[in-house]
Ligand binder design. Structure first.
Ligand SMILES: *Cc1c(COP(=O)(O)O)cnc(C)c1O
Length: 452
């Protein structure tokens, strides 16, 4: 007979009459494997903590999203949002699936070029584009999405010294019924800024207005907001056609579809709440198809979906450092990852599973990270079976933003592994080293030595 695993006893006060709507325990099964790879051996081989990305899941999510839009609309193009996860291996899975690149900085622009994305398939967004960056984008025929008037005038000036005619779009912000309105990026629709910018572009021959863009927010749980956005952009495109006899080539509806994560404070779980790709696609494509375009003028539909395509493909594996009791009697479990690598724990209650067998007991616990920083709380309250030192946990739905917003504070950032379609694990970003972190530091000669 197999020896039973020791589990320390707990004494717990029972509160009669208080029921958790989701049952007494949030986790019923351990997650011991990811795409055929044992969690334990992944950690042994690549260290803890460790990010793991499932290539199979990325491709599946992309195919689902693509199908939802392509079955409803004739011309659809996805552009991978680099800032959501710009590890090159991840970007290239999306490029292999057919996605263009959507970048929001000169750094990301260079990354996309280096990955081999043709210049004319890079969408250059964001409020901060330098003169040199804009110049390169113009020479490469990239799609430049103008954020403000200073940028518009800068492009106009650049165009006067270039043989190329810049291909531009404007970013439009608007009231879609979701508040607060994101009105700090681009030109507002309701107060006429967008139409004004369009006229400024159309009344010079310096550049070509090829598209109209919006990105109405992040984690938007309301598909109808996208329907409103698509209608307003279509309306602008139709006005351009009417006034200038000019066909707008594309409408870019941005990103922001919700992933299946649970927002803090949400009563329902994210998996039950997040609209499907079909729900978003139905609103967007119906709005454009019904807007009044002539058949030959139907614009291409571009989507810059980020989190909804990658979040579920990402896992964070970690280990327990210690358990302790807080002064109020609550159990606290200290993990080897904190808000430094799991930045999104500031706004999501991630699903967290033990990676080994456990009994039916569970206890409410606070999960802390390893940082010497009071705000390093992975979770204020979670019901988990008792975990002990060196036990492992798997955090789910972490593919978006963590690998770009992570910070290096007091330790080294972990490795990232991608598991391919044949369940083979590849390292796609090595764990940082003291050497790699110090590579950019310079120590002046007079500070090289000291005696203590
Ligand atoms: C961040 C961003 C995206 C991607 O947003 P998600 O919420 O990850 O889908 C797309 N377009 C622009 C302009 C962005 O800034």
């Amino acid at each position: 007979m197999k020896k039973l695993r020791y589990e320390r006893p707990i004494i717990q006060r029972l509160n009669v009459g208080i029921m958790n709507k989701f049952g007494t325990k949030t986790e019923y099964t351990p997650v011991t494997h990811i795409d055929g790879n044992p969690v334990k051996s992944l950690i042994e081989k690549f260290g803890s903590p460790l990010f793991v990305i499932s290539e199979r899941t990325i491709r599946q999510m992309y195919k689902d999203a693509n199908r939802a839009f392509k079955t409803r609309y004739p011309k659809v193009q996805f552009a991978w949002s680099y800032k959501t996860n710009y590890v090159n291996a991840v970007c290239n899975v999306f490029h292999q699936e057919g996605a263009w690149a959507e970048v929001v900085s000169g750094f990301e622009y260079q990354k996309a070029l280096k990955n081999g994305v043709p210049g004319n398939k890079i969408i250059f967004n964001g409020p901060d584009k330098s003169g040199a960056e804009l110049k390169e984008a113009v020479e490469n025929n990239s799609l430049i999405h103008i954020d403000h008037l200073d940028e518009l005038y800068m492009i106009k000036e650049l165009a006067s010294h270039s043989k190329k005619k810049p291909r531009v779009a404007i970013r439009v912000n608007m009231d879609t019924g979701v508040y607060p309105i994101w009105d700090r990026f681009g030109f507002n629709y309701e107060i006429g800024q967008a139409w004004d910018a369009i006229n400024k572009i159309m009344l010079t021959d310096a550049m070509e207005l090829v598209g109209l863009h919006c990105h109405i927010g992040t984690f938007m749980l309301s598909p109808s907001a996208y329907g409103i956005a698509a209608s307003k952009l279509s309306d602008l495109a139709l006005h351009v056609k009417k006034k200038f006899k000019k066909t707008i080539q594309y409408i870019d509806i941005g990103g922001g579809f919700a992933s299946r994560n649970t927002l803090k404070g949400s009563y329902l779980q994210g998996v039950d709440l997040a609209p499907s790709f079909d729900a978003y696609a139905e609103e967007i494509t119906t709005a454009i198809l019904n807007a009044g375009f002539a058949k030959e003028d139907l614009p291409q539909l571009i989507l810059e979906t980020g989190r909804a395509l990658i979040d579920e493909a990402g896992f964070l594996l970690g280990s327990v450092i210690s358990n302790k009791r807080l002064s109020d009697g609550r159990r606290a479990t200290i993990l080897d990852f904190g808000v430094n690598v799991l930045f999104t724990s500031f706004w999501y209650d991630h699903k967290i599973s033990p990676a080994q067998e456990f009994s039916q007991y569970s206890e409410d616990a606070v999960l802390y990270g390893p940082l010497c920083m009071n705000i390093d709380v992975v979770r204020e309250s979670i019901s988990l079976p008792p975990l002990k030192r060196d036990d492992h946990v798997v955090v789910h739905t972490v593919g978006a933003y963590n690998m770009t917003q992570w910070m290096q504070f007091i330790s080294l950032r972990p490795a990232i592994v991608m598991i391919d379609k044949n369940d083979k694990a590849h390292i796609i970003r090595k764990r940082e080293t003291l050497k790699s972190i110090e590579a950019e530091e310079v120590l002046p000669a007079h500070l090289k030595e000291f005696k203590i």
